[in-house]
Write a protein of this length. Structure first.
Length: 306
């Protein structure tokens, strides 16, 4: 137990670096969580909520809840959005809230959007999740500061009716997220948020009157970690049912579906199958999503592929 806090700090800043920014298999339906330039691109007020339970059957596995809302303004060049999230990994908990502003350049067949997100991120340790054997251990009594730090993201997103591409970077300020002070030696240890870089693209290809093929990819890069690539192939059937699969280079396969229950209501689900060493310890990962478009003084355009 005397080495608990150093171990936690190593986990936060080292082996779990990729989880500093939550992972989503349904990124193609939830792009605002990756790129702030996506704000307003559905051309009406759109709300989205997503819950992910990763590595089922592993104690302390990541659980993430994300909710967002975004809309264009009366000025077609402007859009606003708002996103809140909570990400738990074992005893570590991250909560954040971000406001989004996007400026869009309108072209005859598409729009180029520049998005900026700004807000805060709160990091801390949930101590009641940690089992202790010596309540008088001085390391347990270390003051752990739950830090609320500013956060900022930036993204560029271009889209047409049947194509999209974007570049974005997140956690630009790289602030300290958790500070532990040793009351015996006076030393301070802290973790640091790392900037994440993303690239994404995809297109919709008609294969007939009732079938649309939509390949897409998401690339992710963060310092001290191998690049990650997510390749997806999905089909839209009768403008109602999306079915598809993704392959992630960290050796995982995602099976994805989304149902357009109505013009403005969509429900999605994905199941991840891990092919690496974790496969014998977990029962996959579940992700549930619901999205709703509010047609306030605007007509919902169908079909929508992105």
């Amino acid at each position: 137990m005397k080495k608990l806090l150093p171990i936690l700090l190593i986990l936060i800043s080292g082996s779990l670096f990729a989880q500093q920014d939550a992972l989503f298999s349904q990124y193609m339906f939830n792009k605002l969580a990756v790129n702030p330039g996506y704000a307003g691109s559905r051309e009406l007020l759109s709300a989205d909520i997503l819950y992910r339970y990763q590595w089922v059957n592993i104690n302390g596995a990541p659980k993430t809840l994300s909710a967002s809302i975004h809309s264009p303004l009366n000025n077609p060049k402007l859009a606003l959005g708002f996103n809140i999230y909570n990400d738990k990994i074992g005893p570590m908990s991250y909560t954040g809230a971000l406001a989004t502003f996007a400026y869009r350049i309108v072209f005859p067949k598409g729009k180029l959007s520049f998005g900026l997100q700004a807000g805060f991120k709160n990091s801390g340790i949930i101590w009641n999740m940690i089992k202790t054997y010596d309540e008088n251990d001085p390391f347990i009594l270390y003051p752990v500061k739950k830090k609320v730090v500013p956060d900022a993201n930036f993204g560029v997103y271009y889209y047409t009716e049947k194509f999209f591409a974007g570049l974005s970077s997140k956690q630009l300020l790289q602030n300290q997220s958790l500070v532990v002070q040793d009351s015996l030696t006076g030393t301070t240890q802290f973790t640091k948020l790392l900037t994440h870089f993303y690239g994404m693209t995809g297109l919709a290809i008609p294969l007939g009157d009732n079938v649309i093929f939509r390949p897409s990819l998401l690339a992710k890069f963060v310092k001290n970690a191998p690049p990650q690539l997510d390749l997806n192939a999905s089909f839209l059937l009768a403008n109602t049912l999306w079915i598809g699969a993704s392959y992630r280079t960290e050796k995982a396969i995602s099976l994805i579906t989304e149902v357009n229950i109505a013009q403005n209501l969509r429900v999605g689900y994905s199941y991840d199958i891990w092919l690496n060493e974790l496969k014998i310890y977990n029962k996959g990962s579940h992700e549930f999503r619901m999205s709703y478009d509010f047609n306030i003084n605007k007509r919902i355009l169908t079909p929508r592929y992105f």
